[in-house]
Design a protein around this ligand. Structure first.
Ligand code: ADP
Ligand code: GN1
Ligand code: MG
Length: 366
């Protein structure tokens, strides 16, 4: 469908000029739209075609986002960045939070958060500490949110044991005929099967609390303020659901503390930077550490490894299935992504004692 037809269904006060693909997300199709406005500066809007193969309940998804953003906005009322502390959904002309076209495609629009930038890799430790503080604040602000209002937008999203089962089924089915070429990666994943259930078992035993978590805390799911370089707005709220604090902490480390891109081919460049791990942990503990239990804190270093392992097996599963889930830009990208994750897992295994020592030291200093 033409962009200008889609745009006409949204309550946007301006003349549509053009739109172009935007950002580096792996899931939805994101566009930046430009509008002319009489006697006012031009305006940008983010338009997203929701990936309905993944998010099948668009009503539930957009209801989650409306509730969470309203909650966060109330918490920030009166603060200097109140208008850009969270996403703002632009309604359709019928007052709906998204537009469903006749062929079933679903589109949503967000106010473009101006004077901000997103990062694919951190430039310095301060940026990463500020990311942690912002995710910690997000966690705090949702602490009194009634989780029963939320639909589970992707059931079992961070159930690593179920992710492992899906991986084993993909190896068995070998839909794309690739299993024989990735025997080393399959063996690496299988050798760590026991890790997959560890936190789930603790949760079931009542040793870890469920919270409302973001569940996709990679660096490019936060916008940084262009003036202060501080993280200001948590975006990509599609997976806000009940979860463990470890999902958010671990996923941030997985992506942001890596010394290389998620699809780097030269694995000698890929490491988990302990300095960045420390900066993130410091920011996170300072902003939400007091709300965490001892057991939650104890598992923070392990969670970095677990989330990286989980992401690695998800990339490998998708590669085995013929690349049907994550967007790819060249044929073996999911395999490259899997390899960086497994390289990081191996590196974190070597650095586990050092990570634990950092957490201990920072807790004592609090
Ligand atoms: P995906 O679910 O596919 O990852 P995201 O919601 O994360 O999509 O959006 C992709 C990218 O678009 C983000 O990384 C960010 O760079 C940009 N983006 C998304 N929403 C906004 C917004 N409201 N203002 C400015 N940039 C945005
Ligand atoms: C996807 O949507 P995006 O690009 O922010 C994925 C995450 C993965 C990540 C890996 C809904 O995140 O779970 O960790 O790719 N999101 C979904 O980079 O599956
Ligand atoms: Mg994203």
């Amino acid at each position: 469908m033409e962009l200008n037809t889609i745009v006409s269904h949204f309550e946007i006060d301006g003349r549509f000029l053009m739109g172009e693909p935007y950002g580096c997300g792996h899931i939805n199709s994101t566009y930046c739209l430009y509008f002319d406005r009489e006697n006012r500066p031009p305006m940008r809007v983010i338009l997203q075609k929701i990936n309905t193969a993944i998010f099948q309940d668009a009503d539930g998804l957009m209801n989650n986002i409306t509730l969470v953003t309203e909650h966060i906005r109330k918490k920030n009322a009166g603060s200097p960045n109140a208008d850009r502390c969270t996403l703002t959904v632009i309604p359709t002309v019928d007052g709906e939070p998204y537009y469903r076209s006749e062929n079933g495609d679903c589109y949503r629009a967000y106010v473009f958060v101006e004077n901000s930038f997103s990062l694919q890799q951190v430039e310095n430790a301060d940026q990463f500490e500020s990311l942690a503080a912002t995710f910690g604040k997000f966690q705090n602000q949702l602490a009194d949110f009634d989780a029963s209002q939320l639909v589970e937008s992707i059931p079992n999203f961070h159930n690593t044991a179920k992710r492992f089962e899906a991986f084993e089924q993909a190896v068995e089915a070998d839909l794309a005929g690739r299993a024989a070429t990735v025997a080393d990666e399959i063996a690496f994943a299988k050798a760590r099967k026991e890790d997959a259930s560890l936190l789930l078992n603790e949760l079931r035993a009542g040793n870890l609390p469920l919270r409302v978590t973001h569940n996709d805390t990679k660096l490019n799911n936060v916008l940084f303020d262009a003036d202060s370089s501080k993280a200001v707005c948590v975006i990509d709220l599609d997976t806000v659901m009940p979860g463990l604090v470890h999902y958010d902490f671990g996923d941030s480390i997985r992506f942001g503390a890596s010394t290389a891109a998620e699809d780097e081919k030269d694995l000698s460049k890929v490491e988990m930077d302990l300095g960045l791990f420390e900066a993130y942990t410091r920011g996170f503990l300072a902003s939400c550490g007091k709300a965490l239990t001892e057991k939650e804190i104890e598992y923070l270093p392990f969670s970095a490894k677990l989330m990286t392992y989980e992401c690695g097996i998800r990339f490998l599963t998708d590669y085995l299935n013929g690349d049907t889930y994550f967007k790819i830009h060249y044929p073996d990208q999911n395999l490259d992504r899997c390899r960086t994750q497994f390289k990081l897992v191996a590196d974190m295994e070597e650095k586990m004692e050092a990570m634990k020592a950092i957490v201990k030291r920072l807790c004592q200093a609090q």
